[in-house]
Design a binder for this molecule. Structure first.
Ligand code: F6P
Length: 517
């Protein structure tokens, strides 16, 4: 859907809304570089996907202010207006102390809920004290949202009164504009308890959540000591969105199993303590048009030329280039992918000296042990593979673990012969969609894990089970050998699928569903 169509549709169908989004991660943080303050963009899928929507709808985005200069640039209520051209939105930051961050973010969100919802055989580390902090931080988010709702009401009322008394228009004209409807859209597993506190303030406010990660089956979820508190928090929402229908079904079964809530399987709703919650799939997507044009831009062409002349990351000649971009997370299957590359080189020695794989990565959640261990394991595996097959002029694997500009990633996506996206379990995985939209020369092919939500839409890629090293290795080889015509047919089909459901479709479908229930 085009940006303009999105704006028109929202105005036409939803009218005057006061959109308040809340997520843990902020789209932009402010950081000190010496005495200067710079705005730094976040790399996560959630923030990249939501930012264009917020800009278009002029919304308010409540976030945890994690940048070391965030306080310095925000007003006393934590607000800062971010504008780009004519578009803008307001960030409203919540500031958390170290205990909050340890217990809520590193603790309950990322050491309990993250491993509980991703089935990759990493055990959740339950801790009831951390849950109390998690709940408390959820209440802080709710309080900040409520403050925003009150302020919007005051602004409306004072504007309305001044219209009536200021003589600018008739009473009739002043009363014809109704106050904007508050639409609250929570994001992700950090905010499972937030809706409950908003509804306690006013049960008529529309509250929803989009759960970006998978929802496990009832048996898996049943081990969580705080399962009832989490479910009751979530069921305070009017609408819960998941990435794929399978996660909706898991959630509804969990509600039946744990709460004996009344599930209506014909319309995917659940009624608990008299309140009805709708549960629907909304596969998240990318700003397809923007990515496609950016990949084709002169700016990207220039980066490609530079890489071709002198590439510090690859640093050697090659015939075949494979690329991956992941947050350094154990759910992303980086270790399994390196093992498959090792196997592929063992099985196809003709590729020695010709094949190079570049793993781009962004460090993540570095204070959690499982992540520290993963980083060590990745470094060891890269070094072992390079030792096993490398020659003085050539090594098969390069790792680059710092954040790059989007244009640089897109340049590599255009240059590569294959892109490997092989999470062990993933709600959606937007890198796979970004890659498809930027394969503008139809030069490459996507290898995609069956366990990424995006595999339900991108089934024209080469699908793999990343746990099956032998088959994974053969798929990499098959992708490398695929002829250009077949690549073009498959990539075109996938580009069309993404264009049919881009980020604007996603946001419109969600907001319209919430609005009309
Ligand atoms: O859905 C998971 C998610 O929130 C993604 O949107 C994002 O890529 C990632 O987690 C970011 O994690 P963090 O905010 O912990 O860096």
């Amino acid at each position: 859907m085009e940006k303009k169509r999105f704006n028109d549709l929202i105005k036409e169908k939803l009218g005057n809304i006061n959109l308040i989004v809340a997520s843990n991660r902020e789209p932009v943080s402010h950081e000190y570089f010496g005495k200067k303050i710079k705005a730094v963009k976040s790399v996560g899928g959630l923030t990249i996907a939501l930012e264009p929507i917020m800009k278009n709808l002029n919304g308010t985005w409540v976030v945890y202010g994690g940048g070391n200069a965030d306080k310095a640039v925000s007003d006393e209520k934590g607000r800062i207006k971010l504008s780009e051209g004519e578009e803008s939105y307001t960030l409203k930051r919540i500031f958390l102390n170290k205990t909050d961050i340890n217990d809520y973010y590193y603790g309950y969100a990322n050491s309990v809920l993250w491993p509980l919802c991703h089935i990759v055989y990493v055990k959740p580390v339950f801790n009831s004290t951390q849950f109390l902090t998690y709940d408390d931080v959820n209440k802080k988010f709710a309080d900040s949202i409520i403050e925003e709702i009150k302020e919007s009401k005051n602004n409306y009322e004072s504007g309305h009164l001044s219209n009536i008394s200021g003589g600018g228009g008739s009473d009739e004209a002043a009363s014809s504009t109704s106050p904007p409807e508050n639409v609250i859209w929570l994001q992700d597993y950090h905010l499972a308890r937030c809706a409950k506190y908003i509804k306690e303030y006013d049960e008529n406010i529309k509250v929803s959540i989009f759960w970006h990660i998978p929802w496990p089956n009832p048996e898996i979820f049943s081990i969580c000591p705080e399962k009832h508190e989490l479910l009751e928090g979530l069921l305070a929402n009017d609408l819960i969105g998941f990435q794929i229908i399978y996660h909706c079904q898991n959630f509804l079964r969990t509600c039946e199993w744990e709460l004996e809530a009344q599930v209506n399987w014909s319309d995917y709703s659940v009624t608990y303590k008299g309140h009805k919650t709708w549960v629907k799939p909304f596969p998240i997507s990318v700003d397809a048009d923007y990515l496609h044009h950016f990949a084709l831009s002169r700016e990207t062409d220039k980066i490609i030329d530079k890489i071709k002349k002198n590439d510090e990351i690859i640093g050697q000649t090659y015939e075949y280039l494979a690329v991956s971009t992941d947050r350094l997370d154990y759910t992303k299957g980086i270790v399994e992918k390196l093992k498959a590359i090792d196997k592929m080189l063992e099985n196809h020695q003709e590729l020695i000296g010709k094949f190079v794989f570049v793993q781009f990565g962004v460090p993540s959640r570095v204070h959690i042990n499982a992540y520290k261990k993963l980083n060590e394991e990745i470094a060891e595996l890269i070094s072992d593979i390079n030792w096993k097959y490398g020659t003085p002029e050539w090594h098969p694997v390069a790792g680059y673990f710092k954040q790059l500009e989007l244009g640089v990633y897109l340049a590599y996506y255009r240059l590569c012969d294959i892109m490997i996206v092989s999470p062990l379990h993933d709600g959606m995985n937007l890198v796979s969609k970004e890659y498809i939209m930027s394969d503008t020369d139809y030069k490459g092919m996507l290898i995609l894990s069956k366990f990424a939500g995006s595999s339900k839409e991108l089934y024209d890629s080469l699908l793999v089970n990343p746990f099956n090293t032998e088959c994974f290795a053969e798929k990499i080889y098959e992708a490398l050998m695929m002829d250009k015509e077949e690549k073009e047919t498959r990539i075109t089909k996938m580009q069309n699928i993404i264009m049919e459901n881009d980020i604007y479709d996603w946001a419109y479908n969600f907001l319209a569903a919430l609005y009309f229930i």
